[in-house]
Design a protein around this ligand. Structure first.
Ligand code: NDP
Ligand code: 2IT
Length: 444
């Protein structure tokens, strides 16, 4: 049995019942095999054996009192996955599906993703099974404060810097920042990213993941003589990543025709009204049915797969495994040419195989959605320098970082003889950055 197969078997045996974690590790290990014939020293120094094992996984009780005076108990996590190239860095997710498996898969992906950004950021991730849906502002604040009461001793601007993810945006980051300040006595400039600009947040951070996804996909389309201009684009999700992806697609002359949530999807054949979408989701925090009520000609479909809608480009921007085999088959049948992953691991392994077999451009999440963490890295720099950059300065830097990622992943794919396999390209390029840093630091 090959080294990578044997390692995968060991990972599965020692972390049973963690399907998302196994899935993420399997995909990476399957593509890294060609490295080890060129660089056997990585095997001798057990770089990959060490890389799949998180440096630390913290799990903690989060007790809080809800609006009815009832005590609630949730579970919190922080995985400090890999610090070879910088402080642990990655988002916090609040969603009922959060488990050790989900946090470990996200932390592992984050380690390689952060390697691709070219910034000095290690990999981390955290979250809770807390469900923010239907909670009042006061309840969300009570939860965030309790979460930080448990976590504050493990994080810091030079050790571990959390940010947002599903269910965590500027409001939650603000509550966490406030409680951290109260507990430590410091105004924590760079302990969290994704803050409001009023206390050190970077302009352009809310837009960064969605914009970065579209910049990267546009670059890849350009390499095949195409662009977003005039293209019909199916987007899933209706949160931070999805909405700013839709905005940038529109700015580049494309036509975003769908957004979705866990209840259904909106189909707006003429192109989504981005201002209306932002008003409904960001300001009024309503469900997508409100869009249909407000926009004549748009349709709402309860349930169903958004991937059934014919399109040229698909941007999955909701959650892991949201694009199953049936969705991939529908996209291919309807002539879709490119898939860019805004979410982390949204396509199942079967779907990735279908895209690759049918010659679609396929940009995996760890490359395609790296714009968010990149601008988080720029927020950390601004905080350390006591500066606040303009939106244009941040956006220009983001475009440069996304171009750098495209260059790295396409070069790695070419070097290893599979020029169109950007999964392989991203995994190898991200691995090499972290692996060489680990080699330089000895066995730690
Ligand atoms: P948000 O919380 O802002 O939005 C999440 C969206 O996805 C909502 O519309 C939500 O619908 C939908 N969704 C969540 N879970 C499910 C589910 N199980 N089934 C169907 N729909 C679901 O999160 P973000 O936009 O920040 O994150 C979206 C994805 O992008 C995640 O995979 C995240 O890890 C990834 N990402 C985020 C970055 C960031 O900077 N925020 C950076 C890089 C990646 P509903 O309201 O019904 O739950
Ligand atoms: O998955 C991700 O890259 C994020 N949720 C963003 C992490 C960050 O630290 O900005």
């Amino acid at each position: 049995m090959s080294y990578t197969h044997e390692l995968l078997e060991r990972v599965i045996a020692r972390s049973p019942g963690e399907p998302e974690f196994h899935q993420a590790v399997r995909e990476v290990l399957e593509t890294l095999a060609p490295i080890f014939t060129k660089r056997p020293e990585y095997i001798r120094w057990k770089i990959l054996d060490r890389m799949v094992e998180p440096e630390r996984l913290i799990s903690f009780r989060v007790p809080w009192v809800d609006g009815q005076g009832e005590v609630q108990v949730n579970r919190g996590y922080r995985v400090q996955y890999n610090s070879a190239i910088g402080p642990y860095k990655g988002g916090i997710r609040f969603h009922p599906s959060v488990s050790a498996s989900v946090i470990k898969f996200l932390g592992f992906e984050q380690t390689l993703k952060n390697g691709l950004t070219g910034l000095p950021l290690g990999g981390g991730k955290g979250g809770s099974d807390f469900d923010p849906k239907g909670k009042t502002d006061a309840e969300v604040m009570a939860f965030c404060h309790s979460f930080i009461n448990a976590l504050y001793r493990y994080i810091g601007s030079d050790t571990d810097v959390p940010a947002g993810d599903i269910g965590v945006g500027a409001r939650e980051v603000g509550y966490m920042t406030g409680q951290y300040k109260r507990l430590t006595g410091n105004l924590p400039g760079g302990v969290f990213t994704g803050k409001a600009p009023a206390f050190g947040g970077s302009l352009g951070r809310p837009q960064a993941t969605g914009y970065g996804l579209v910049y990267l996909t546009e670059d890849l389309l350009g390499r095949k003589g195409q662009s977003f201009k005039g293209k019909k684009v199916v987007i899933s999700g209706a949160g931070n990543v999805a909405i700013y992806a839709a905005e940038k697609v529109t700015q580049l002359g494309g036509i975003p025709i769908t957004v979705s949530d866990s209840s259904g999807y909106i189909y707006d054949a003429g192109g989504l009204d981005i201002a209306l979408l932002k008003e409904i989701k960001f300001n009024r925090k309503e469900r997508l049915t409100a869009y249909k009520e407000a926009k004549p000609g748009s349709e709402y479909k309860a349930g169903g797969l958004v991937w059934e809608v014919p399109c040229d480009v698909a941007l999955p921007c909701a959650t892991q495994n949201e694009l199953p085999k049936a969705g991939a088959e529908a996209l291919v049948k309807n002539g879709c040419k490119a898939v860019g992953e805004g979410a982390n691991m949204p396509s199942t392994p079967e779907s990735v195989e279908i895209f690759q077999k049918n010659g679609l451009i396929f940009a995996p999440g760890k490359a395609a959605n790296a714009g968010g963490v990149s601008v988080s890295g720029l927020e950390m720099s601004q905080n350390s320098m006591r500066q606040a950059w303009s939106f244009e300065q941040v956006d220009t830097a983001l475009q440069g970082i996304m171009k750098g990622i495209v260059r790295q992943i396409t070069e790695a794919a070419e070097t290893y003889g599979q020029p169109d396999n950007l999964v392989l390209g991203a995994n190898i390029a991200g691995f090499l950055r972290v692996a060489d840093a680990m080699m330089g630091q000895g066995v730690v």
